[in-house]
Design a protein around this ligand. Structure first.
Ligand SMILES: CC(C)(COP(=O)(O)OP(=O)(O)OC[C@H]1O[C@@H](n2cnc3c(N)ncnc32)[C@H](O)[C@@H]1OP(=O)(O)O)[C@@H](O)C(=O)NCCC(=O)NCCS
Length: 161
């Protein structure tokens, strides 16, 4: 399986990929560095057989009803962490459609369950809602979450484990 734990050496190429993919959602290198330091178990790298970094996943425990602000340091996990939060899964365009993101969702959901969480949440952006729906996520309708830093079409979603 080409997914493996992210290392500090992956940060620079992962940041380059993030800048190319998330043109509307810039986050400084320090933000991914911070998330890797705070919760390394939630950060994965998609490495192809030729050694190319073709994707990454960043996730961590968080609190329901809140989302980490775009381009802000996490600085630590909330004391009241009660859900598992997928901050980002991004795959290089050339490597999409091969099930890599689906595998990452499975790995992170399994990790969340093993860590004792019963719910995975995320903000869907870039018209990725259908992708998440097909993986068991649905919109959280009954909570008002400040998603404004991610644009007006961001959707707060959850999957019960
Ligand atoms: C959303 C994103 C991560 C999906 O990545 P991906 O690797 O293409 O995803 P997958 O291959 O796992 O799934 C995509 C589709 O390919 C299909 N697929 C799976 N294995 C496949 C294979 N071997 N061959 C062809 N297609 C396959 C999946 O069934 C899936 O179809 P579905 O969505 O209709 O169910 C990717 O488009 C991306 O990086 N987008 C930009 C970043 C982004 O917006 N991330 C989400 C932030 S919330």
């Amino acid at each position: 399986m080409p997914w493996r734990p992210m290392t500090v050496a992956d940060l620079a190429p992962a940041f380059t990929l993030a800048c190319a993919i998330h043109v509307d959602f810039f986050e400084a290198l320090e933000v991914m560095t911070d998330k890797l330091a705070v919760y390394p178990a939630g950060c994965l790298t998609l490495e192809m057989p030729d050694g190319e970094l073709s994707g990454y996943a960043v996730s961590h425990p968080y609190a329901r009803g809140r989302v980490p602000k775009l381009n802000h340091l996490l600085g630590g996990l909330p004391a009241d962490a009660d859900i598992y939060y997928i901050h980002d899964i991004a795959i290089d365009a050339a490597a999409r459609g091969r099930g890599h993101a689906e595998t990452a969702v499975d790995l992170l959901a399994a990790h969340a369950g093993d860590a004792g969480f019963r719910e995975v949440r995320l903000l869907s952006v870039n018209n990725s809602e259908a992708f998440w729906r097909r993986r068991g996520f649905s919109a959280v309708e009954d909570e008002h979450v400040d998603v404004t830093s991610y644009g007006l079409d961001a959707i707060y979603m959850r999957r019960i484990l």
